[in-house]
Design a protein around this ligand. Sequence first.
Ligand SMILES: Cc1cc2nc3c(=O)[nH]c(=O)nc-3n(C[C@H](O)[C@H](O)[C@H](O)COP(=O)(O)OP(=O)(O)OC[C@H]3O[C@@H](n4cnc5c(N)ncnc54)[C@H](O)[C@@H]3O)c2cc1C
Length: 534
Amino acid sequence: MQADHQADYIVVGAGSAGSVVAARLSENGRNRVLLLEAGGSDRRLAILMPAATMLLAITNPRYDWRFMAEPDPTRDGREDYMPRGKVLGGTSSINATSFIRGAPEDYNGWAALGCRGWDFETVLPYFRRLEDYEGGANEYRGAGGPLSVSHIRSVHPLSRALIESCVKAGMTFREDINLPPQMGVGYMQASQRKGWRHSASRAYLWPAKGRDNLRIVTHAQALGLTFEGARATGVEYLRRGRRRRATAAKAVVLCAGSFGSPQLLMLSGVGPAAHLREHGIEVRHDLPGVGENMQDHAGISQTMWVNHTTYNVQTGPLSAMVYGAQWLLTGTGPGSTPIAQVCGYRRCDPSKSRSHVQYLFSPAGYDLTEDGPEVFEKPAITGLTNLHRPYSAGTVRLASADPLKQPAIQPNLFADERDIETLILGSRFFRTVLESEPIAGYIVGEHLPGKDVQSDDEWTDYIRAHAMGVYHPAGTCKMGHDPMAVVNDSLKVHGLEGLFVADASIMPTVVSANLNATCIMIGERAAELIPASA
Ligand SMILES: Cc1cc2nc3c(=O)[nH]c(=O)nc-3n(C[C@H](O)[C@H](O)[C@H](O)COP(=O)(O)OP(=O)(O)OC[C@H]3O[C@@H](n4cnc5c(N)ncnc54)[C@H](O)[C@@H]3O)c2cc1C
């Protein structure tokens, strides 16, 4: 097939990491970069207004891949809805805009597993470089970078009350939740500029769009890779119903996310040999770790009915008009809220230095369900307790050799019982917080899990019946040097040339944070590492 396009680098996926890789690789004006993205434009209200995303973008096929997981045997066969951004900016365009970088121990843990150049001291300059933090630069924080990181513009009174209750319950108030040590409670920081979403696309691609050497092709779904021997030479993709081909003189970089990147590798014959043969795919390179090691943060909600207006009841047509206008004119109000306004970290075992759970508090009543987030109709608050360092791991496998079919995603969320035990400890503590003044004074009833959930067995049943991954899948093309590793320290796929992966899938262990900031850092690192080893 004749190539439709010739580039030096082809980047597949314009998400959190891919936007950065494409923008940085094209910065010198010389590298010809082709960025292929399956989704379309992100210049839409549903994307730019942070609070609108949950109502208008998630579950909307225009912006969301709408993945469904396989029945999970560790949770009574439940099948999770798993949103993923299918739009410029990828999942950074539909996420909740929380900006959290993770603990130094996360990256030092990667280094301890043998990933050279990924310890906290080495990655910190990339975190500082990527951001324009409203609080200004210091030893840990950056200013003047592409991604705007701001404080919440309209703090809800119940968020203030919750913080006071957390402190009463023994948590330390943190002025900046992104400074080590990652412990205590504080206000969320957001990837926003003046109350508008600042996705990886807005931060990196919008300013780069005029470059002659960067071609961004939307509605282009990669189907597989082309090879000459062990070298990746290009990508076949579908656009407007026609199969097309692009060639890469230097490298192909997969940034298709934790589901998309392993799927594309397997479709191209790179993955566990026996599994590929099951689907009639010719094995190009037997790499058993592709699609394994999928880690997510299991999360469990506690929802309380309250006697104060909360954001979930401010969504009717009149509210939409009033708050929409407020957001448009001032960038404030409910429209600008990151879904969680308060973030807490706690260790359940005081002898350990790292947090075991993260608390995300929203002045809004919702539950994560098998059909997507469900927003309640009465005033309510939600506390999500997330497992920070899971022992359990799931998989991404092919359901079919057809590239247009979704992969088979198996969360296996509670394969290891210790993960449930940690969630019980974390949730019990959060209930103590909710019983402390001043937040207790606003609560008129417990909706979830309900007061009848008290014993370990009752909590275990509730968690198995309600917990879900909080949309942070990682690790399915993990970096490392053991037989299950997929990429090396430079993010090059083991055993092949000219092929790299850069996105959440390369995390050897999921970081104890929401993943967007880390994925952007991975994009920054990748753009430096790849040219040196392409
Ligand atoms: C609802 C939700 C809320 C979240 N909230 C937060 C939050 O508040 N803070 C936070 O830090 N994290 C949050 N996350 C997680 C975080 O946003 C993601 O982990 C992160 O954006 C993943 O980045 P990535 O680069 O790995 O992949 P993505 O950003 O998902 O990018 C992958 C890109 O590749 C494209 N693609 C995939 N396959 C193909 C193909 N075959 N051909 C062409 N293009 C393809 C996709 O369309 C997408 O644009 C949230 C996630 C979800 C779903």
